[in-house]
Design a protein around this ligand. Structure first.
Ligand SMILES: [Zn+2]
Length: 377
């Protein structure tokens, strides 16, 4: 009997979820009759579910529908502010904290510094204090918080509870559970470059499959196949930074030589030269010859890496990370260099720039909780 009840409850949940997701896909809202017609449900069923969603504040009236005559039908839409998720990007000295609504739109953002520590529990306490301040300062209601995604610059284990290696945080095989325990909400850890890929995937689900290559202090990414993240046997898929693009070449943080990351990290065009990334691109645009030579080498090795990704996955490649915002003027050149290494394509138009050059990592890691909310509601 109990099983039967559970089945009925689950069936009701699935119907409610269908109605909610149908409305989610129509930001301008829909009338009751449209919902019933499009989903093949009876009007009383739709009404009953809408009453529940309205009472829970998850759906709200949104203007009125056009009518051919008589009374106008009320239009209903998803209330994107009903819940929010936090996304945190952690680096050696900074937390980048972002709150996103149910449409993955940024509602608040702050970058703050924190003391260096190699103790995950201490890092958790520092983050908990910053999150409390963040929620209070932006007037965000903790009762609407779905959870906090935390993106870390390093390789995680398959269960995402251990940070196997993070040169940036000076952590090796660290247990992350004490960090999670210090936070007052559900927590999900994620590799930072992969997180950026998830945000991008959310913005272009139409693409189906894509490789996301993140260009920052490290070079990494994510692989999304048929709309689903592909993690790999060890959760290390998308570690594009360690594709060898120059055997015996420049030393890499991983201890090997000639990795893509050694040629295409932001350090190569900023820290190594003693300038900021902005200054580098300003100098490049102004015709600085030394910068031009270095940039040519950067693009050549990046193209070699992108061609390898294309040969392996045969899908679109989206370039993200904070360097992506500077790549626009050089995209044609990068495509030419990539096409020169691709025996099947003359244009390499499959190399694209990301839609979220800003805050992709915290957005992508916040997405985990939003996506789960939409699935489980
Ligand atoms: Zn490497």
């Amino acid at each position: 009997m109990e099983q039967l009840n559970q089945t009925a409850t689950e069936r009701r949940r699935i119907t409610r979820n269908r109605i909610y997701r149908y409305l989610y896909a129509a930001p301008q809202g829909r009338a009751k009759q449209e919902i019933a017609d499009d989903l093949g449900l009876s009007l009383p069923t739709v009404q009953k579910n809408l009453n529940e969603l309205l009472a829970a504040g998850l759906v709200c009236p949104n203007g009125e529908c056009e009518s051919t005559g008589g009374r106008r039908a009320a239009r209903l839409a998803v209330n994107e502010n009903a819940r929010f998720a936090l996304g945190v990007s952690v680096s050696g000295e900074h937390f980048r904290i972002l709150a996103a609504d149910l449409r993955l739109q940024e509602v608040a953002y702050r970058k703050c510094t924190h003391p260096r520590t190699t103790d995950p529990a201490a890092l958790g306490r520092l983050l908990a204090a910053e999150l409390a301040r963040f929620l209070a300062d932006f007037g965000l209601n903790p009762q609407k918080l779905l959870g906090a995604g935390v993106a870390l610059p390093g390789i995680l284990d398959a269960g995402r509870t251990r940070l196997l290696n993070s040169p940036t945080l000076h952590l090796r095989d660290a247990d992350l559970r004490p960090l999670a325990a210090a936070l007052p909400c559900a927590v999900q850890f994620c590799n930072d470059a992969a997180a950026g890929g998830y945000a991008e995937w959310f913005a272009r689900r139409d693409l189906g499959s894509m490789a996301y290559v993140s260009l920052e202090g490290g070079v990494g990414g994510a692989v999304l196949l048929g709309g689903t993240p592909y993690a790999g046997a060890n959760g290390r898929s998308g570690e594009f930074g360690h594709i060898c693009v120059q055997p015996g070449g420049l030393p890499c943080q991983c201890g090997r030589q000639g990795c893509l990351e050694a040629y295409c990290s932001s350090a190569r065009i900023s820290t190594d030269l003693g300038v900021t990334v902005e200054q580098f691109f300003e100098g490049l645009a102004a015709g600085n010859l030394a910068y031009r030579t270095l940039w040519q080498d950067y693009l050549t090795h990046l193209a070699a890496g992108l061609a390898a990704v294309r040969m392996t996955l045969d899908c679109d490649i989206v370039l993200g990370g904070y360097l992506a915002q500077y790549l626009g003027p050089y995209l044609d050149e990068l495509r030419r260099l990539t096409a020169a290494r691709d025996p099947f394509d003359d244009t390499a138009a499959y190399v694209r720039l990301c839609r979220y050059p800003r805050h992709a990592v915290p957005l992508g890691v916040a997405l985990h909780f939003i996506d789960r909310f939409l699935q489980e509601l």
